[in-house]
Design a protein around this ligand. Sequence first.
Ligand SMILES: [Zn+2]
Length: 300
Amino acid sequence: MYRFFVVALLAWFPCVSNADLNVFTCEPEWSALTAELGGDLVEVYSATTALQDPHYIQARPSLIAKVRQADLVICSGAQLEIGWLPALLRKANNRDVLPGSDGYMEASSFVVRVDATGNVDRAKGDIHPQGNPHVQTNPHNIAAVARAIASRLASLDQVNSDSYGENLERFLASWNAAIDRWEEQAASLRGKKAITHHKSWVYLLLWLGIEEVANLEAIPGLPPTAAHLGKLTSEFSDGGADVIVRAPYQHEKPSDWLSERTGIKAVVLPLTVGGTEAATDLYSLFDDIIARLNGVMNDG
Ligand SMILES: [Zn+2]
């Protein structure tokens, strides 16, 4: 009987993951961070890649299946995923990960969000009335969210809580050292002025002391219009900005068009892990962002 039981177990084990927790994230940065904190104890899956616009994706059946299997769902929140996450959660019908349960986290609720408008009129564009959700572009925010994720992993998987605590301490030590390095490398960017495609970069720019002087989108979340680009051309033809920034999934045409007419250099920055070839993890994400900004603004 005993022997039969062991054989049965051995036969069964290869089919399941060895990880203790299945973690579904809406964006790649939270998968990357959870993997840093959970190591082999977690299996992570991201609903979006860095080359997709996280505001707009389809609630595909494969995503519904992943949410159904999840022990924890981590999303940026602040309505970034309002167009697709509610449908995913409803169709997955997994009560462990519904908002309000221990299996659901909104990363942006653990940082100080900027630009809350309270305006809920979606017709005026994707305006993020609860504040800007693109919090991952400031590494201090990543550290704050890391603490929250580690403590949630520990409470969901109490047998391994010491491991999550140790992983967090190790991560924060190396992450804080990296922040010091990035701040040194970016020192000369302080006081520069940026035009951005969407308001995806407010936390990065605040962190580095770069002023956001305009957006290519006249209405947040809606494509840049010819009239608005024309206005920006006359406004910035004699300077007033040092760089035009866009994410990899945003069309290059508007920023290239404005760049050609104003002479202001345009640059693509990875908005998350996987956004460029160099940005393969959270560390190289910020290495690449700062290298690219230095490349366009400090080459003379
Ligand atoms: Zn947005």
